[in-house]
Design a protein around this ligand. Structure first.
Ligand code: PNS
Length: 192
């Protein structure tokens, strides 16, 4: 186990199963892992920082060496303020690599003593991203298996109208099928 503090910074909007998988892996190799949510007023997030913190807190409640925090400004400054020695980031596919490499090298330029450590989440989450989860959920699609249940529930609450619309469409289709069946039955009765 690596002594000292590592931070796992990100937007986590919302936390996915891929994030959780990485947190669990990180918790096994770092003495203390701080999951740090960027407070970025420029972006318009789906979930507030408070909502994201709460979800992550619930999801990591059983991991004693993991805590949730928020930061703004430069991540390396925040890391220094905690005396952290490592930054943990996940790489899912080669497409992540370029951006992550740039960020790691920029952070190294800003603070040479801070090491970035990359870990891979389970391959079953290699296509899962917060952005795609938001996109699917906003269109009323299913996100089961992509995000933890608490997040799924929060998405449902937040996007209630989209889910209602999908449910209405489904019951429309089912209702129409029912109607068709009844019509056919009637016709058969008439013929007999
Ligand atoms: O989950 P994300 O959106 O990929 O996380 C990106 C994050 C928050 C790690 C990155 O944008 C960040 O560290 N922002 C803080 C500002 C900063 O330090 N920028 C310089 C990094 S090269």
């Amino acid at each position: 186990m690596h002594k000292g503090i590592a931070i796992y910074p990100g937007s986590f909007d919302p936390p996915t199963n891929g994030h959780l998988d990485l947190i669990e892996r990180g918790a096994k190799i770092f003495e203390e892992l701080v999951v740090a949510i960027l407070r970025n007023s420029e972006k318009s997030p789906m979930f507030s920082v408070a909502e994201r913190s709460e979800m992550l807190r619930q999801l990591t409640a059983d991991l004693d060496n993991v805590r949730i925090d928020t930061f703004d400004g430069l991540m390396v400054e925040y890391a220094k303020s905690l005396d952290a020695t490592c930054i943990l980031r996940g790489i899912r596919a080669i497409s992540d690599y370029e951006y992550e490499l740039q960020m790691a090298l920029m952070n190294r330029k800003l603070e040479p003593t801070l090491e970035t450590v990359f870990m891979m989440p389970a391959d079953k989450y290699s296509y899962v991203s917060s952005r795609l989860v938001r996109e699917v959920a906003q269109a009323g699609g299913p996100v089961k298996g992509l995000v933890p249940e608490v997040v799924e529930q929060k998405l449902r609450e937040k996007l209630d109208p989209a889910y209602k619309l999908r449910d209405a469409r489904v019951s429309d289709v089912l209702g129409k099928r029912d109607l068709d069946k009844r019509e056919k039955k009637k016709k058969r009765k008439k013929k007999a």
